[in-house]
Design a protein around this ligand. Sequence first.
Ligand code: T4K
Length: 401
Amino acid sequence: MMIKPFDTPITAARPALPPLEEFRCGLEGIWDRAWLTNNGPLVQQFRDNLIEFCGTKNLSLFVNGTLALQIALQGMGIKGDVITTPYTFVATTHALFWNNIRPIFVDIEPEYYSLDPAQVEAAITPWTSAILAVHVYGQPCRLKELDQIARKHGLKLLYDAAHAFGVEVDGTSIAQFGDMSMFSLHATKIFHSIEGGMLTFRDSEYQRLFDYLKNFGFENETEVVMPGTNGKMNEFQALMGLLLLGHMDEMIEKRRAINELYRERLALIPGIRLVAKPADTVRYNYAYMPVEVDEMEFGQTRDQLYLKLREYNVLARRYFYPLIPDFACYRGLVATGNLSVARRVASRILTLPIYSDLALNDVDRICDIIEYIQSGAGRGTAGVNWSQLSDPEVSIGAPQS
Ligand code: T4K
């Protein structure tokens, strides 16, 4: 049996959008007020609603997640070495470098791919000032262990929670763990404000500091109290976020159903390893659909499957490959421990399409295609150009169309 490719590309992510009429209505308000940015009324409303949603009073909004993280590191006075993960989006490391902080990469644990606490503790030196951990794919890090280590050694504990909006642990928002968490509100995320970033933090002293830093350091019209930058969210972003926030439960539920169908179908395909289910204490957000491809069992490499899927118009992604210390700009510059788990995962990982509007029929068809490819029937050449493997068009971060 032949399987037909999708007529139009099925991308790894696709932004959720509110009804156009609602957005249009909100735009009319923006037009009437002619107030577009600089802490406008929608940004203030959005912040209030997020405070309620996250159950934390300390919260600051930004134009994007990367700048939010850079500003957090700057405002919190993090210096020297920071222990972090090599298995993340490159922005995590960039934010450290932009603050002249040296990332010390340590290995991840194999269950949910977050920092391995034992490796973290072993890497602490007198120069270590903080731990920057990532809730990869929205799965919570080893919160308790990391917290204990940070307290024991007097280190700041920072979370890159870019993927983790809406996640709860024991009924508490993930935004309430650690000294600071950064959430990305980018269009490709489960919840977004087109572009956007959010910081939540324990110490309310940081609120004023972050507000200065994202607004050029202005105290008032004539006084600048510190060298700030421009990290402000605008009204259009806030409007999108406000409209989508009301649909969080619905969006998570749709993703849960998609995740469940994938899990049911993929568990039967040899060589496809599913990531462990979230712990019972976790309310997960189903942000991504990562699988590991075991070359021996599957009969093809992860990259072969990745390219083959593209022929069927299924644009899966390899989040996160290559590892950060393997990018040209970081090679040789940073200290690394033994990263064997991270290396293995990066060489096997594939993130399959997941977004709230993805039809369950399409999920079924994606699984049929993977099954077909694995069975050998779908392994014909059918236009595959294996040299594409080194083609920047198909490398991470490149535009897909
Ligand atoms: N820390 C972590 C752990 C992160 O994952 C990220 C961002 C950050 C920090 C930084 O946060 P931000 O500064 O971005 O707020 C995408 C996102 O741009 C990025 O936000 C995200 N992580 C990263 C994992 O993914 P690309 O370069 O892979 O995106 P792109 O353009 O290839 O799009 C991905 C898929 O989404 C494609 O299949 C196409 C589809 N798409 C994309 C956009 C922009 C759409 O259907 N519509 C759209 O509007 O980085």
